[in-house]
Design a protein around this ligand. Structure first.
Ligand code: PEP
Ligand code: MN
Length: 334
């Protein structure tokens, strides 16, 4: 159950309501956002709506079946549309986030940024802090990488999307980054989710390697409970028994997530497949099944990439994919 409080309600106006709820053993959670709300958890079977509505601070009561109250459609039936630095995302707008797995040098990021912009991308991706399986692998340029991304944004105007791994850099990301990426490995790092949510900035939330769609939505709920509203859900392939591809792209995630949630769904065909030549067919399939966008790894010299070269497409291939995606989108538009 969610209690929507009247606008301009002061914390002291809710004291009697909170006391009445906690006497019944109900856990009350403040939900940050423009409209003041309380989320109720625990055993609500004995709670009567009339008793709650009697309190002067209450505007509306919403019963929600799904555990994800902010991310779910029941409470927000329309698709969310976000304006992120002038780029519309969701509700029929198609986001294309492209760039290298990792920022490696000024020459590399500027060259890729110009190329992907020329091909029609509307966001630039690039890892400055990289989660790597091996502690000996290249783990990103850190804050220097962030500076290079800012330089590329300055030259191209493309908003930047980059992954945060540690709360240590929250202030820096709040200041510098347009869309904060939470990677697959951190999807259930609940402390990080909350802290990033509290920045109230756009977030790209990637599905965990072995997470269900409900777990992804609950992770989004954590970010939203922290205060953020502009969350893009990202399917990036899941672990299965199949070894022909790096992961298995779960395209049914698109219609399932869109039925359950109002948040835009972005497909990552690069991490999902692990091979550059599989990126195009999966990107087209994603566009065909109604995804709200793509995140694609593009490198100017994939064979020399410090991270994920095998799945990175060249700018030329990226341009071809963009053309075909456009045609698919025209074909399915009604
Ligand atoms: C990435 O986008 O470079 C990345 C590390 O992705 P994921 O968290 O999905 O593995
Ligand atoms: Mn990568």
């Amino acid at each position: 159950m969610i209690i929507i409080l009247k606008q301009n309600v002061q914390p002291e106006d809710t004291v009697t309501l909170r006391q009445a709820l906690s006497r019944r053993g109900v856990v009350v959670q403040d939900i940050a956002g423009d409209t003041p709300m309380l989320g109720l958890a625990g055993d609500l079977s004995e709670l009567s709506e009339d008793d709650v509505a009697r309190h002067g601070c209450v505007d509306k009561i919403v019963r929600v079946r799904e555990p994800y109250k902010l991310a779910g459609r029941s409470f927000h039936p329309e698709d969310s549309v976000f304006d992120i630095s002038g780029r519309l995302v969701g509700g029929g707008n198609f986001a294309v986030i492209a760039g290298p797995c990792s920022v490696e040098s000024e020459e590399q990021i500027l060259s890729v940024a110009r190329d992907v912009k020329g091909a029609g991308a509307n966001f630039l991706r690039g890892g400055a802090f990289k989660p790597r399986t091996s502690p000996y692998a290249f783990s990103g340029l850190g804050l220097d990488g962030l500076e290079l991304l800012k330089l590329a944004r300055g030259k191209t105007g493309l908003p930047i999307v980059t992954e945060i791994m540690s709360p240590e850099y929250l202030d820096q990301f709040a200041e510098d980054v347009d869309v904060i990426q939470i990677g697959a490995r951190n999807m259930q790092n609940f402390t990080l989710l909350r802290q990033v949510g509290a920045l109230k900035k756009p977030v790209l939330l990637k599905r965990g390697l072995s997470s269900t769609l409900d777990e992804l939505l609950m992770a989004a709920e954590h970010v939203m409970a922290g205060g953020a509203r502009e969350i893009m859900l990202c399917e990036r392939g899941i672990r299965t028994f199949e070894t022909a591809t790096r992961n298995t792209l779960d395209l049914s995630a698109v219609p399932v997530l869109k039925a359950r949630s109002h948040l835009p769904v972005i497909i990552d065909p690069s991490h999902a497949t692990g091979f550059w030549h599989l990126v195009e067919p999966m990107a087209l399939a994603a566009a065909a099944c109604g995804a709200d966008g793509l995140i694609i790894e593009v490198h100017n010299h994939p064979e020399a990439a410090l991270c994920d070269g095998a799945q990175s497409v060249t700018p030329q291939v990226f341009r071809r994919i963009m053309g075909k995606v456009e045609r698919i989108r025209e074909a399915i538009a009604s």
